[in-house]
Each structure stands twice: as C-alpha cells, then as structure tokens.
Design a binder for this molecule. Structure first.
Ligand code: TK8
Length: 358
C-alpha cells in the first residue's frame, strides 16, 4: 500500500553537494523505515545493475538505495544492486530496450515513454487528471493500475510498482508564463518546449500553441543551455536536482500532469531468481516506492523554494489562471479520450474523486 505522507519540512543545515552544486540545505528527509523480516535461505547470489535517469540527490535515487539495502539485508548480502544514476547508462527508452535484451537488469522510467508497451498508461498523461497527491496515490494503488503493471507481461519487462515522479511544472528561458496566451498566443512566438517521448504530451503543448520537441532526458540540460529549446516541464525536485535553474530563468507552477515512475526489472533477470527472491524483490519494490512517495512529497515545495533562492522567477498560478490552462487543453481529451478509452478515464476519475472526498 502506497501512503501519501503530509510531512512538515524542517530544513536541516546540512550542505549537500549535488552535481557540483552545494545546496544551502536539504529537507529534513525522513529516514527510510527499518528493514524488518528474516534473512532468506541461500537461493544463490545475484548482482543487479540498475540504471536511473535522475541524480544522486533525487528521491528516485535515495529510495532506490533503500530498495538495494532491503535486498542486501534480507539475503545476507547475496543480492547486491549496483545503481547507475544521471542517465549514465542511457535514457528511459534506451534502458527499457536494454532490459528487454537482458543487457540491463533494472531501471525506473517514467510511465510516459512506457506507453509504447502498455498504451493504457497514457491515461496518466492527460492534463489535470489527478487533482491531488492523495488522488494520484489512490490511483497508483488501484486494481486498474495493477492491471497496467501486469500488462507488461511478455514484453521482456517485469513492472514491479508505481511511485511518484510528480506534478510537472513548466520552466523556460524566454519569458514569464502566466496564461496559455503567454505560451503560444497570437502575438508571441510559440515557446519551444522539450517533452518526453509521448504523443499525449506533444498534443498538450501543440494545443497550447507551443513548439514541442520530444527529447531524451539526458540531452535536456545541454539543449536548454544552447537554447535549442526554450523550456521543459518536470517536477520541482527534478528541476532542482538536475540543476536546470542554471539554464532556466522562469518557472510556472502549472501542475499540468502528474507522472508516475515505474520500477522495472528485465524479465530475463526476474526469471533467473528463485521464487522466494522474486517475492522479496516485489516486497522491497513496494516498500521503497512508499518511501519514494514520502520523499517526493517532502522535496516538492522545498525544491521550489530552493529554486527561487537560486534566482528562478517562479509564477504561482491562481485558481483562475489554472482554470484557463485546463480550458485551453480540453481538446486533448477530445482527441485522446476515445483512443485511451473513455471507460478507463472514467474509472480513474472515479478513484481520484473518491480519494479527494475521503
Ligand atoms: C528520468 C525521466 C524524467 C522524466 C522526463 O529518467 O523525461 O522528463 O520526467 O524523470 O523519467
């Protein structure tokens, strides 16, 4: 069960060197839960190579270390996970292909580029679908979501669990963005925005009058530095821990899409594991996902504050301004609703509203 945590942020005086940049402080991150359970019998030894897109300071990395610690502790060191962050082994698309061929054991892509394997995942790319983190967690915990994970069977990818990439925010180097007209209205050049490799995201930014460019995450920093694109969209914690504020002057708190991560293992690796180890991997994945969501929640507002302290001019959109974006992207539902499935969308919306009204 994935739980949303509402945690106060206390900023510790700890200096954290992330990618050569010293943060003034890190959030007072909660420690991972204690590792409980017996040490398993010896079912052989395994070294697992796991590639991540984000940096060593991201919730994605910190929770994956906890995942590795659970496996090592519960197997008395017989399962070790070697983690390679910062897209050093490739981007999401490449690492999923590497897991399919068995040249990589695990990765943690966003759901958006994984729609090529399970098309129903595109429901998560619909703009403004999930109004709160509690709603998002309820959806990720639902049977409908589990069916999407199960649908990877036979693709060469064992999808273990969802966790939080988070609410996506728009940043750019051209101008402050407060309305859809600022993105690509009649009297401005359409903002060139990097998107994930996902057709619904392309539709969102085309509908807003931008010029979207799908691009691997690992190429994004230099593309923005060289002004190949004006902007991008990601959660505040990714923007901070990837140092995007060094090449982006303006942020807008659009929260236009909530993206999940999916922790995955190569089916070839999974099939080599004894059933007892498979059960442990599944359990550890779920426990680390719960912790990841907790960290992502702690990082969210704190990262925005850190970005503002570093000079990013962030526009906090009010309800009317958000409503203007919601109205402007309504054609995305008209275009993609029938293709994604109106029944699937309705079931997700029902789970989300039940969670909000809880
Ligand atoms: C990192 C990506 C990233 C995603 C993107 O591997 O590509 O913008 O949001 O988090 O998955």
């Amino acid at each position: 069960m994935l739980y949303p945590w509402k945690l106060s942020l206390a900023v510790a005086g700890v200096t954290l060197l992330g990618g050569g940049l010293a943060y003034a402080a890190t959030p007072d991150l909660s420690d991972p839960p204690a590792i409980e359970g017996d040490v398993l019998e010896d079912h052989g030894s395994h070294t697992i190579r796991m590639g991540l897109g984000l940096s060593e300071t991201s919730p994605q990395y910190l929770s994956t270390r906890y995942f590795a610690d659970i496996l090592s502790t519960r197997t008395d060191g017989r399962i070790t996970v070697n983690i390679f962050p910062n897209s050093q082994l490739g981007d999401d698309v490449q690492m999923m292909e590497m897991m399919q061929t068995g040249t990589l054991d695990m990765s943690y892509p966003s759901s958006s580029p994984a729609t090529t394997y399970v098309s129903e995942l595109a429901v998560f790319d619909l703009p403004f679908l999930l109004p709160t983190r509690e709603a998002a967690v309820a959806v990720m915990n639902s049977d409908v979501a589990q069916q999407m994970l199960d649908a990877f069977e036979g693709t060469g990818l064992k999808a273990l669990t969802f966790s939080e990439n988070g609410y996506r925010q728009l940043t750019n180097s051209a101008r402050p963005i407060e309305s859809p007209e600022d993105v690509g209205g009649l009297d401005v050049r359409g903002l060139s925005v990097r998107t994930m490799e996902n057709p619904v995201h392309l539709s969102i930014w085309e509908t807003l009058g931008a010029n979207p460019t799908p691009m691997a995450f690992g190429e994004l920093f230099s593309a923005m530095e060289q002004r190949v694109v004006d902007g991008q969209e990601n959660p505040w914690s990714t923007i901070l821990t990837s140092n995007f504020h060094e090449v982006q002057d303006y942020g807008s708190e659009t929260r236009h899409v909530y993206t999940p991560f999916i922790m995955m293992m190569s089916e070839r690796t999974w099939d080599r594991l004894d059933p007892a180890y498979q059960q442990l991997v599944q359990e550890a994945a779920r426990q680390s996902a719960e912790y990841e969501i907790q960290l992502a929640a702690e990082y969210d507002d704190w990262s925005r504050q850190q970005l503002e302290e570093r000079g990013m001019q962030i526009t906090r959109l009010d309800d009317d301004q958000i409503a203007a974006f919601q109205e402007a992207v309504q054609p995305v539902y008209d275009q993609w609703g029938p293709r994604i499935g109106e029944d699937l969308i309705a079931s997700i919306q029902e789970i989300a509203s039940a969670a909000v009204n809880d």
